[in-house]
Write a protein that binds this ligand. Structure first.
Ligand code: BG6
Length: 467
């Protein structure tokens, strides 16, 4: 057995979001998932919607105490646009939300946990989607920036760590390509514009932060799901497919956020295909000037890509990125069977190398990594009264091995956050996949530390792991 030590002040923590934990109490607006649930409850696992979630709105003190018991020194959640803002056009505030987020931030600080605030976790107000087409509209970009300004004015005296978005590519893919988030469209042209507008909104929010931030320690970044695309074979066609998938899924937001410009090769392809976004020189200058201070990387599983099997003429729509690549599932690999995701921890090392070699070794942390398991009560142990989630402990250890290897080779990685502190509601999967260090009984709201919580506490206290 070898002991692997991590740097001093390493962020040992976990991530979640407002809409997945708080419950819908006293919210002036519905987000797209609230609306989706009201209209189509059967879209959601067992018809369980976001109304109560894990009841963080009412139970936040107890939840934060449990997070402390699990050893977390930093926790990410998000401020909900649909909760904080009363009038979405003027940006007037909901006083109850101001009280609530102040209380949450103060409680984290009191417990010695660094609060990290994200400003968008897929949760656009549904009325902005119906009225303006959501992220297709630059007016919505302006309204989002107004919301972020309020956040910086209200909370940046105590919150030093900010992120503009969680996984913007999921907004694009879920809503406009693969139909797993409302509005469930398949429209490549709109997807391209939405991607651009999301980046523009992120850069404009960063510009607002630079003006309004009250804390000299304050920093702002973006959280990207930087899932590497490995080619299915060494053939030139498969390698080209994986290269395009990387440009689209990773390069688009990564280059714009870190380097201030979209990848020229991607822009050329989108221009040639006549789907390029509508952008002005002034906007591109804002993107150029407002790059991030640091980066969050969510990683769950690798992607494998192969050359498309059919000609693009057979696509049912005018244009989608899959004109250039298809997902490929490798046989004989380790899987998280419940979630259907391949387990490939070495990808975290490849991500570290990519950031080191191609993105100026910018400071970054693993902002989400985790293992979703369904029917986790299978692993309940009556004697200890806890869920014995040894598979999660193993998963964390294996991923940390590669994070450590990256750091040893000079990667500027400053933390590891698990998804998620307490089992939480998740979009259409609702409570099917449990990821937490702490379990929640969705009928009684009772919360209990799992075996992994005790493991995590030791890990965080020692800042080292034995492997
Ligand atoms: C992440 C998202 O990509 O995946 C989270 O940021 C989400 O919001 C998590 O909950 C797990 O997804 P799921 O669908 O398995 O619960």
């Amino acid at each position: 057995m070898t002991t692997f030590n991590f740097p001093k002040n390493f962020w040992w923590g976990a991530a979640t979001s407002g809409p997945q934990t708080e419950g819908r109490f006293y919210k002036p607006h519905a987000n797209i998932f609230d609306y989706d649930f009201e209209k189509y409850p059967d879209h959601f696992w067992h018809g369980i919607g976001p109304d109560t979630a894990s009841n963080f709105y009412n139970d936040y003190k107890n939840d934060i105490a449990l997070m402390k018991a699990a050893g977390l020194n930093s926790v990410r959640t998000s401020i909900q646009w649909t909760r904080l803002i009363d009038d979405l056009e003027t940006g007037s505030l909901n006083p109850d939300a101001v009280r609530f987020y102040n209380a949450v931030i103060d409680e984290f600080i009191k417990q010695g946990i660094r609060p990290i605030m994200n400003l968008h976790h897929f949760d656009i107000p549904v009325e902005l989607l119906h009225k303006y087409g959501g992220w297709e509209s630059k007016h919505v970009v302006a309204l989002f920036v107004k919301f972020t300004e309020k956040c910086f004015e209200l909370f940046s005296d105590r919150v030093t760590d900010w992120f503009t978005y969680n996984e913007p590519m999921v907004v694009v893919e879920g809503g406009y390509l693969y139909q797993f988030h409302y509005p469930d469209l398949v429209d490549g042209k709109k997807a391209v514009q939405v991607a651009y507008n999301l980046q523009l909104a992120s850069s404009k929010a960063i510009a607002a932060f630079r003006k309004l931030n009250k804390n000299p320690e304050g920093k702002i970044g973006i959280i990207l799901n930087l899932t590497p695309n490995y080619p299915a074979s060494e053939s030139e066609a498969d390698k080209a497919a994986a290269h395009f998938a990387d440009l689209w899924q990773n390069g688009l937001f990564m280059d714009a956020s870190v380097k201030g410009a979209f990848p020229a090769e991607l822009v050329d392809i989108l221009t040639k295909d006549d789907v390029i976004w509508d952008a002005t020189p002034e906007e591109l200058e804002i993107i150029r000037q407002n790059t991030i201070d640091y980066l969050g990387v969510n990683f769950y599983h690798p992607n494998r890509a192969q050359a498309p099997k059919y000609s693009s003429d057979s696509l049912a729509v005018d244009w989608i990125p899959n004109k250039y690549f298809e997902e490929y599932e490798k046989r004989g690999v380790r899987m998280n069977v419940d979630k259907g995701w391949e387990i490939y921890p070495r990808a975290l090392y490849d991500i570290a190398k990519n950031i080191q070699e191609n993105y100026d070794n910018i400071a970054w942390f693993v902002s989400e990594n985790g293992m979703g398991v369904s029917r986790e009560d299978r692993y309940f142990d009556a004697e200890s009264g806890q869920i014995n989630d040894d598979y999660r402990i193993q998963f964390i250890k294996e991923h940390l091995y590669y994070v450590h290897k990256g750091i040893e080779e000079g990667s500027n990685c400053f933390g590891y956050h698990l998804w998620t502190p307490i089992d939480c509601f998740s979009w259409r999967n609702s409570y099917r996949n449990r990821y937490g260090l702490i379990s929640v009984n969705i009928h009684t709201q009772e919360k209990t530390l799992k075996k992994s919580a005790y493991f995590f506490k030791e890990l965080a206290d020692k800042s080292s792991v034995d492997l």
